[in-house]
Design a protein around this ligand. Structure first.
Ligand SMILES: [Zn+2]
Ligand SMILES: [Zn+2]
Length: 391
């Protein structure tokens, strides 16, 4: 009989995509390495998960508003119905396939985080060092089983060995989303730039910290939630703009008040760089409309369905460059993230821990105490939550 371990899951047959909400805690099989049965296990490890982050995309799955196709199609391909969720983690390698140390230098007992995108290694992009846009990639907790479980089997090539003396484990669990912000900010030079961050959720907050760190002259945070804007200010945003309910006709319409305010703050020019981190259609259009002629719009927020860009020709006439960001550059982004997080003089790690994670006060949830009602409350109250998986 296989051992069972607790996990946060979604079963499309038992729970259904539309007929359920949130995550369902149930026991799953303990993963094992068995190279005789599965030759790829030689390249995999079993990680005992310590902390796991609740991502914006996990919120999308919680509410069933994002990744539905990827979720469903991948389960059909695997001929099963249950998915273990989650992709942001820190833990310890407890067993390793026979080739892992040889190929990756990773040993049993080491603390690790890792990239959530499992790339194919064979396609054109993988072969030329652009793994983030691998055409045959799987994402932990979405299109393959994830990490909200006591133990998880992961390809060793995805792991990033962490140093808990330099970065506390709760923050190490956030390398993956912090890396999304690092990757976004690496698309264009923000030194001396005026930067607007549309959507001050977790990755928007990281983007504000990084824009300051990388030398932006003015950072403007925009959100519908005043509490998020208060945190954005604490993290170093020079200005914040609350999106208030407006009388827009369509959900893709620009929020005129927001754009006017940004124009005023930039002396009629618009910002040099807009980062769209929320994924709402109107937010994308706010970002485009608030960017100066020749500026850059970095799109990271993601939602299912069609988006509408009114006045499309205006964007071309303004000569705006659009960048679409997915995942992290493996491992350039990780290297930069580690340097920023482990320099105690820049205050970034401390702000993530004390301001975004509120020093762990009410933001760390023991897996044994998980309840959907409690999660709903905490998701409404805090930008970032972490699961304490073993407790
Ligand atoms: Zn994430
Ligand atoms: Zn590939």
């Amino acid at each position: 009989m296989t051992d069972k371990i607790p996990a946060l899951t979604l079963d499309l047959e038992q729970d259904g995509w539309q007929t359920s909400k949130g995550f369902i805690k149930r026991d799953v099989d303990m993963p094992v390495l068995d190279e005789a049965v599965n030759s790829s296990d030689a390249l995999s490890v079993i990680v005992k998960i310590q902390y796991a982050g609740m991502c914006g995309s996990d919120r999308g799955i919680w509410n069933r508003t994002a990744f539905s196709d990827m979720f469903k199609e991948s389960l059909v391909a695997e001929t099963k119905s249950l998915r273990i969720l989650g992709h942001e983690f820190v833990g310890e390698v407890v067993s390793a396939g026979s080739q892992v140390e040889n190929l990756y230098g990773i040993k049993v007992g080491e603390p690790v985080s890792g990239d959530s995108h499992v790339t194919c290694g064979r396609c054109f992009q993988c072969r030329v060092g652009e793994q983030e846009v691998c055409q045959d990639q799987a994402i932990l907790g979405i299109s393959i089983d994830g990490i909200f479980a006591h133990y998880v089997k992961i390809p060793a090539k995805n792991l990033w060995v962490v140093d808990n003396d330099r970065v506390r484990p709760e923050v190490c669990a956030l390398y993956d989303p912090f890396g999304n912000a690092v990757h976004s900010l690496s698309k264009t030079d923000v030194r001396g730039a005026r930067v607007a961050v549309f959507g001050c959720g977790q990755i928007g907050m990281f983007s504000i910290l990084l824009a300051r760190q990388f030398g932006a002259a003015k950072v403007i945070g925009i959100d519908v939630n005043q509490a998020n804007l208060d945190i954005a200010k604490e993290l170093g945003a020079h200005e914040t703009i609350l999106i208030e309910k407006s009388d827009k006709k369509n959900d893709y319409d620009v929020d005129r008040n927001v754009v006017d305010e940004i124009m005023e703050l930039t002396y009629g020019k618009g910002v040099d760089v807009s980062l769209e981190m929320a994924g709402f259609n109107s937010s994308v259009n706010n970002a485009i409309a608030s960017t100066r002629f020749g500026g850059d719009v970095i799109l990271f927020g993601i939602k299912d369905g069609e988006f509408m860009i009114p006045d499309f020709s205006k964007m071309i006439v303004k000569g705006i460059t659009l960048h679409n960001v997915i995942g992290r550059q493996i491992f350039q982004t990780w290297q930069t993230a580690q340097r920023v997080l482990s320099d105690s003089t820049n205050g970034v790690q401390e702000k993530i821990w004390k301001t975004i994670l509120k020093g762990g006060n009410d933001t760390i949830i023991k897996l044994s105490e998980f309840s959907p009602e409690d999660m709903e409350k905490k998701m409404a109250a805090h930008p970032k939550l972490i699961f304490d998986i073993q407790n």
